[in-house]
Design a protein around this ligand. Structure first.
Ligand code: DGT
Ligand code: CA
Ligand code: CA
Ligand code: ZN
Length: 570
């Protein structure tokens, strides 16, 4: 979707104008357009094709023209004009979180800073302090911002890397005949973003595996290629490393290259204290190799059960393994339904029946249709009248389906004052109510926290949707006291959502674990708008697993009957 590209472009434009100290109205107009495009759930190209750009609230004629120009030519001439005289290096610095264009203009003018390395130097030598508004705290914020920027650079969302790796591994297995080809590294741990993909393989003919790998259709550039390893760049700019090892070392290598580094270092320390050496070739006692073919050999050698890859972050999993106290993580096969799917009644692309058939085909017992509510006009959100009609339609389709039920749901908007966008009378009739924030992200922490808690007080709400509002690599969480929100959710008996949509993964793993510690349930929903997004349940389950969640912690492992009982508990 071009939405994000355009949102970024307008945001940049606002930044440059602000840097040049131009008219605040103009600046605001671009900022607003950027926000609207970033939040838009419809594909901007489709909106443009239908000639409905100007119907998007907040998008005026001038902005619509620029969008059209971009969609046609890939450029906006006004942008080219505005950025004249501002170097790319300066523009790049506007991406540093917490450092606005005004600050940039100040340090550029007063201290002659033109690029990132000059800025880093000035942060270190203290020469920024003393400029107007520039105290130690502000400089510390800039330092953190630079760190954040460097961390996110060159990483890719899990949901984008995962299908690429899957396709590559499947092709490699097919063409080499070797089954022992897997991904390791952060992808196997299912981190929310991935620096590079690490593949591991074994088989009788090492060179054939490497050769097949470097000649895959996905490969754009071969960075290095040897007898037993190679590195390539694939579509999307992602790097993929392959290592081919002897069969007797495969398990040890898989363990080593899965990481995390912290996990491995901790593990090796324990082994060393027992006179055992672990490396990527195997497990050794003195000179004698005592294991390495299977991954579990490594853990067994130091008296531990095998540890699930998603737990290997050195966050207590090694201690738990030593005490034989590891969680039995939820598996995707235990998920009995998807609790957040949009239909073409709002901004989804499929009919309710198509959604239901797809869910049934996935082996589910139920699916919750959670379309948007009326305030989100651009998504064709439903008002009370259309919602009643939709419920009738669901009744009709449910009659047709065997051993499957469509749940009547909504993703009701939490308005800026915490009221809900649908009346209690309407909400009461539904099976499943997700409440989410989709606007007013810039509210201060106190207001946002109060707003969400007020929504949670509503007796008809079941789940808080995408609780922090972040978009991976695109938008930070809104300012909210998530701990306080979790306390309130607990108090009112609500579940929190893991929104499994690849750009959200919200809640994250850390807060999932916290929810578990608080004995709260988590609901996994894919937020599917097109049926080919239902697979993202895998991503949601991965977040849950990284958050140590077990079957009982996840709402949609309940059977239909149990779930309905939970929903109507009020
Ligand atoms: P990434 O690629 O940044 O998303 O994260 P990883 O974890 O995939 O890191 P990567 O690709 O640099 O290395 C893959 C694994 O190899 C890593 O998780 C653990 C292992 N590894 C790499 N370098 C070291 C090291 O210096 N010491 C240890 N113990 N393990 C390492
Ligand atoms: Ca990696
Ligand atoms: Ca790597
Ligand atoms: Zn939503």
């Amino acid at each position: 979707m071009k939405n994000k590209e355009l949102a970024d472009l307008f945001d940049k434009m606002a930044g440059i104008l602000e840097f040049k100290d131009e008219n605040p109205f103009k600046i605001n107009a671009y900022r607003k357009a950027s926000r609207i495009l970033g939040d838009l759930t419809q594909d901007i190209e489709e909106v443009a094709e239908r000639g409905e750009l100007k119907d998007i609230p907040g998008i005026g004629e001038g902005m619509a023209k620029k969008i059209e120009e971009y969609l046609k030519t890939g450029k906006v001439s006004k942008f080219e004009e505005v950025k004249k005289g501002v170097s790319d290096e300066l523009i790049a610095m506007m991406d540093i979180p917490g450092m606005g264009p005004k600050t940039l203009a100040l340090i550029h003018k007063e201290r002659g800073i033109n690029n990132l390395s000059q800025l880093e130097k000035a942060v270190e030598d203290g020469s920024l302090i003393g400029l107007p508004g520039m105290g130690e705290k502000k400089v510390e914020n800039i330092r953190r911002g630079i760190q954040l920027l460097k961390q996110s650079k060159g990483r890719m969302n899990l949901g984008m890397a995962f299908p690429v790796a899957k396709r590559i591994v499947e092709t490699l297995r097919e063409r080499t005949g070797s089954e022992k080809i897997e991904w390791a590294g952060s992808l196997r741990r299912m981190r929310e973003n991935i620096g590079d993909i690490d593949l591991l393989a074994t088989g009788p003919d090492h060179e054939k595996i490497v050769h097949t790998f470097t000649h895959l259709p996905e490969v754009k550039e071969v960075l290095a290629s040897g007898e037993t390893k190679a590195s390539v760049i694939v579509e999307g700019g992602l790097q993929v490393d392959l290592r081919v090892v002897e069969e007797g070392s495969y398990g040890a290598a898989l363990q080593y290259f899965t990481g995390s580094k912290g996990h491995n270092i901790h593990l090796r320390g324990i082994a060393r204290a027992r006179g055992i050496k672990i490396n990527e070739y195997g497990v050794f006692k003195g000179e004698k190799k005592i294991g390495g073919k299977e991954e579990k050999d490594v853990y067994k050698a130091i008296g531990m059960d095998w540890i699930e890859p998603e737990l290997r972050e050195d966050r207590g999993e090694i201690e738990a393994a030593q005490k034989k106290n590891l969680p039995r993580l939820i598996e995707e096969s235990e998920v009995k339904g998807d609790l957040h799917v949009h239909s073409n009644w709002s901004d989804g692309s499929s009919s309710i029946e198509e959604v239901a058939r797809a869910a049934q085909k996935k082996g589910y017992q139920y699916v919750a249709i959670c379309d948007h509510s009326k305030t989100l006009k651009i998504t064709h959100g439903l008002d009370e009248t259309r919602l009643m009609k939709q419920m009738e339609e669901i009744d009709r389709i449910n009659e047709l389906l065997k051993s499957f039920q469509i749940l009547k749901g909504t993703e009701v908007d939490i308005l800026s004052d915490g009221r809900l966008d649908l009346s209690d009378k309407a909400l009461e009739k539904l099976d499943f109510v997700v409440a989410s924030v989709h606007s007013g992200f810039k509210q201060d922490r106190e207001r946002m926290t109060k707003r969400i808690i007020k929504a949670l007080e509503n007796p008809f709400v079941h789940v808080l949707g995408h609780p922090t509002g972040r978009l991976l690599g695109a938008r930070d969480p809104y300012e909210v006291d998530i701990d306080e929100v979790m306390e309130a959710a607990k108090k009112y008996g609500k579940a929190l959502e893991i929104n499994a949509y690849f750009e959200r993964l919200d809640l994250d793993d850390i807060h999932c674990r916290k929810a578990k510690e608080m004995s709260m349930r988590v609901a996994i929903g894919t937020d599917t708008h097109h049926l080919d997004q239902m697979w993202m349940m895998s991503l949601g389950v991965a977040v849950a697993r990284r958050g140590w969640l077990e079957t009982k912690d996840v709402l949609n492992t309940l059977s239909l009957k149990e779930l309905l009982k939970w929903c109507h508990k009020k």
